[in-house]
Write a protein that binds this ligand. Structure first.
Ligand code: TMP
Ligand code: ASP
Length: 237
């Protein structure tokens, strides 16, 4: 792997070129960051857990007709994906109020929202990923075709429906999650990045125990144990 040219290094993953210009190799790192990387840590084996969890979720979504960048898992912490240009929007879906939503709007933590809330954040670390609306997207030149934003929202809602149903059968409440999308060389919009306890919040259905990166953000301990529990439940049936 070391001999391949790295295309990009993010907080949780590295991307490498492959012989095929339409494909990239994605390496899942053990690093953990929070609060725009103000808090840093590492958990041995976390990358492999997220790789396996993301693989299972991308395969589930593909079966449900959602187009994703995922091609195949290669080894414990590498997957082969279609190369896409990432659309610089973090699409967040929320079923239950927690995290930044409770802080921004003063909503009580844990309140079930009356409908799945979809929000856009501008993917820009220097700005701290500010929340944006469709008109901001136009001004920022993220897209001039506003129907693309409707498509992102519709995909996010479909993914939420599939994943919420999948996880509740495994006694996990899908509280909220973040998605990223990209365009392939033909201009198709594909779900990209990862879906893992780094990018989702999962609460145990019976105890509301947090089984995601909030354990790291809030110094709750047992981060890896929580990720292992999520994987175990995904593989349960
Ligand atoms: P928030 O409540 O902090 O805005 O987070 C909403 C969801 O998005 C939560 O599931 C965690 C996820 N998320 C990321 O994946 N990356 C990020 O940079 C942030 C801020 C949140
Ligand atoms: N992923 C972001 C960061 O590293 C924030 C977060 O997930 O809390 O810094």
């Amino acid at each position: 792997m070391d001999t391949q040219q790295m295309l990009y290094e993010g907080k949780g993953k590295k991307l490498f070129i492959t012989q095929n210009t339409d494909e990239v190799l994605v390496e899942f790192k053990d690093d953990l960051t929070a609060f725009n990387a103000e808090k840093k840590g590492s958990e041995q084996g976390k990358g492999a857990l997220n790789c396996e969890i993301s693989t299972a979720i991308f395969e589930l979504l593909a079966k449900e007709g959602i187009n994703t960048h995922f091609i195949k898992k290669l080894d414990s912490n590498h997957m082969l994906c279609k190369k896409v240009d990432i659309i610089p929007i973090e699409v967040v879906v929320r079923n239950v109020a927690t995290g930044s939503l409770t802080k921004r709007l003063g909503i009580e933590d844990g309140r079930v929202l009356p409908f799945a809330l979809v929000e856009f954040y501008y993917k820009d670390d220097a700005l701290g990923d500010p929340i944006i609306n469709d008109e901001h997207c136009k001004i920022l030149n993220i897209t001039q075709d506003m129907s693309e934003l409707d498509f992102l929202r519709a995909q996010a809602r479909r993914i939420n429906d599939v994943l919420s149903a999948f996880f509740i059968e495994r006694k996990l409440r899908l509280i909220d999650f973040k998605l990223e999308f990209g365009k392939d060389s033909a201009g198709n919009i594909l779900l990209a990045d990862e879906i893992s306890p780094d990018s989702c919040r999962f609460w145990d259905k019976d105890t509301n125990d947090k089984l995601d990166k909030d354990r790291f953000r809030q110094n709750l301990g047992n981060v890896k144990v929580a990720y292992e529990e999520v994987l175990k439940r995904i593989l349960q049936k």
